[in-house]
Design a protein around this ligand. Structure first.
Ligand code: PEP
Length: 259
């Protein structure tokens, strides 16, 4: 089973966030993904892999010339300088990256990143010629309190700099309570949130906002991909755990195989 025709929508993006997982032997999964994509396993969808920084260059080399692009998981807001342990957007670009994830909830929590920090990183990504995948999403307590739309609107307003085009930006809606838990919102809840995000993007970016891809992330698996990817204004997925193996990642990308 596949989702309905996607031709009127932007080219879907299925991005894998490997987080702090992956060593050299994991590259065999990337080779298997490339073969599967070349056999038509992702239809017109673009696949992106965001491995740990240690593997960005190797994954970019393995995927060169294929429909799989590569991204980093974070970048510093500055282009260079005395920031031990950090990586700049320019460095990711230099390694062959196309994307960089900014504002993932794990970084907002673990590193106390604010919306202003995320916006600065998105600007750095743009300056380096990378597409920023800006993550937003409410906590379980915020959803229980019925505040999810307000919280995400506030995050978007603070995290997206002005004047971005649809080619420079992807938004990933990731409810924090759905990440790595096996829980997902109902398709109606996803539809409501993505419609709200679309409205805010158009308000902020004008016509460009209509073409920004909005990904859903949080416990996307092969078994729920078709249902989630078929929701209006869901232009792909940001996938954590299920992006680590070719079998699961291609099982999700397969939602687009004939779309
Ligand atoms: C993520 O952390 O970006 C994510 C979506 O994780 P998972 O798919 O494992 O829930």
């Amino acid at each position: 089973m596949t989702i309905p025709s996607q031709t009127a929508r932007p080219r879907p993006l299925v991005a894998g966030n490997w987080k702090m997982n992956g060593l050299k032997p994991s590259l065999k999964e990337v080779s298997a993904m490339r073969s599967a994509v070349e056999a038509g396993g992702a239809g017109r969808a673009e696949l992106a892999l965001c491995p740990p920084a240690t593997l960005v260059m190797a994954v970019a080399e393995l995927c060169r010339g294929s429909a799989i692009t590569v991204g980093g998981q974070d970048c510093h807001a500055k282009a260079s300088g005395a920031h031990t342990g950090d990586i700049s957007a320019q460095m990711l670009k230099d390694c062959g990256a196309t994307y960089v994830i900014v504002g993932h909830s794990e970084r907002r929590t673990d590193h106390k990143e604010t919306d202003a920090d995320v916006a600065a990183k998105a600007l750095a990504a743009k300056s380096a010629g990378l597409v920023a995948i800006i993550c937003v999403g409410e906590t379980e307590a915020e959803r229980r309190a019925g505040q999810e739309l307000t919280v995400v609107a506030r995050q978007l307003e603070g995290s997206i700099p002005a004047d971005f085009t649809s080619a420079e930006l992807v938004v990933a809606y990731e409810p924090v309570w759905a990440i790595g838990t096996g829980l997902t919102p109902t398709t109606q809840d996803v539809a409501n949130m993505h419609a709200s995000i679309r409205g805010l993007l158009v308000k902020k970016l004008g016509e460009e906002g209509a073409g920004v891809r909005i990904l859903y992330g949080g416990s996307v698996k092969p078994g729920n991909a078709v249902e989630l990817m078929g929701v209006p204004d869901v232009d792909g997925a940001l996938v954590g755990g299920a992006s680590l193996t070719a079998k699961d990642f291609m099982g999700i990308a397969g939602a687009y195989a004939t779309a």
